[in-house]
Write a protein that binds this ligand. Structure first.
Ligand SMILES: Nc1ncnc2c1ncn2[C@@H]1O[C@H](COP(=O)(O)OP(=O)(O)O)[C@@H](O)[C@H]1O
Ligand SMILES: [Mg+2]
Length: 395
């Protein structure tokens, strides 16, 4: 091993969003985002287009938001001044409107990022506003649970309008609010949560503030959102993240090696095989590459060598991922999974499996990210390798 490879770490990491310098593919979306931000920031009267990023588990939604933030504060930092915040939803945040507003305002006061030259001024502004928000929070806690459900005494629109006016006075051109995993509003949210959010976004826009909202969620939420809150979907430019094609997979494999100067070459046929096995799924590519780099840090990885280590790679996936996945399911759900894996067709419906309340069980398995809901009544297992894993069981 040379001195250099000893020092380089492992750039492949699948347990959180990918570091922006290793981010691969998604050119169309990145370009849309960059142009959109530039247009809105540079011209006074241009309203930004809100963006909805849809895709299933592990496909790169959170990574894309991290990349957006990197673009704002690195690539675009000399031309425009942007304020941005990344807000990750979780079920507890969606219980009622007040909890949602409180958590969003908390995220703004704690996790914002901004263009460097304005840092001190913005910090002052956020501190001032956070004090007011804190006061609201204390007042809202004294409300009865009954009132909590009915009223929105924490007013998101007022808070954000005031914030925007101050930001604008401090030379911020655009404020970006990214809400990761919006589906929790749909599955765990208070009644009318999407309508409320839609109305807020519309009101903010008509009040002349410049907020760009980016939301992410699994693909299936779109038709449901469309039905529930049709104008909601109209407020967003929709982008779907799918598995990488071969050139995307190739970039996801090669770019981190190049950026970190790791002298390992992966042959084209090995890349193609990794693509086939992972189905171009970013999470699985990152996981495999992480393991590959453990066994070989330099030289050339040929297809033959890859085939040699392949059983070990898949075995590790079974141990580190699929076992946990499987154990997320209840005994009844496990049986469903095993039956699904044995079906001839990759795409199936609840009626293809015998038994009662299958539709409910499928729904629950989709909420656990084990099945992917393609459209109403159409499902698949979340990854072909998981299917192979399940077929190894006797039932
Ligand atoms: N564009 C990308 N380039 C390289 N790796 C990616 C990309 N998108 C996702 N990944 C890999 O996939 C994993 C899962 O991505 P993540 O953003 O957490 O997905 P999601 O939020 O959709 O569940 C990350 O840890 C990363 O290793
Ligand atoms: Mg995510």
């Amino acid at each position: 091993m040379t001195e250099m490879t000893k020092m380089t770490g492992n750039p492949f990491y699948a347990k959180g969003p990918v570091a922006p310098q290793y981010f691969a593919d998604r050119e169309e979306l990145l370009k849309f985002f960059t142009d959109n931000v530039r247009d809105a920031a540079e011209t006074k009267n241009t309203k930004p287009d809100n963006i909805a990023i849809l895709g299933n588990w592990g496909i790169g939604k959170t990574s894309t938001l991290a990349k957006f933030r990197d673009i704002l504060h690195n690539e675009l930092k000399d031309s425009i001044n942007v304020f941005s915040v990344l807000f990750s939803l979780k079920p507890s945040v969606c219980e009622n409107a007040n909890a949602f507003t409180t958590c969003l305002l908390d995220a703004i006061s704690e996790q914002y990022s901004t263009s460097i030259p304005l840092k001190n001024r913005i910090e002052e502004i956020i501190k001032e506003e956070a004090k007011i928000w804190e006061q609201w929070k204390l007042e809202s806690i004294s409300l009865s649970p009954e009132l909590h459900r009915k009223t929105r005494n924490l007013n998101l629109v007022d808070a954000l309008t005031k914030l925007w006016n101050k930001l604008e006075n401090s030379d911020i051109d655009l404020a970006i609010i990214m809400i990761d995993d919006i589906h929790y509003l749909l599955t765990e949210g208070w009644k009318g949560s999407l309508y409320d959010l839609r109305t807020d976004i519309q009101t903010l826009s008509s009040k002349g503030t410049k907020y760009l909202f980016v939301i992410t969620g699994p693909t299936f939420i779109y038709p449901e959102m469309h039905e529930l809150a049709e104008p909601f979907t109209r407020l967003f430019e929709k982008f779907e993240l799918n598995s990488f094609d071969l050139s995307g997979t190739s970039e996801a494999i090669i770019k981190p090696l190049q950026v970190d100067g790791i002298p390992l070459e992966i042959s084209d046929s090995a890349i193609e095989q990794i693509h086939n096995i992972t189905d171009g799924h970013p999470f699985f590519i990152a996981t495999m590459m992480h393991d590959i780099l453990r066994t070989q840090k330099s030289g050339k990885l040929t297809l033959e060598k890859f085939e040699e280590i392949k059983p070990g790679l898949i075995g590790h996936l079974a141990k580190s991922k699929f076992q946990d996945d499987y154990n997320k399911a209840t005994d009844t759900e496990k049986l469903i999974l095993l039956r699904c894996a044995k079906l001839k067709n990759k795409i199936f419906s609840p009626s293809d499996i015998q038994g009662k309340s299958q539709a409910k069980l499928f729904e629950r398995l989709a909420n656990k990210d084990l099945l992917v809901k393609l459209e109403r009544g159409k499902y698949k297992l979340y990854h072909p390798l998981f299917s192979v894993y399940l077929r190894g069981f006797e039932i």
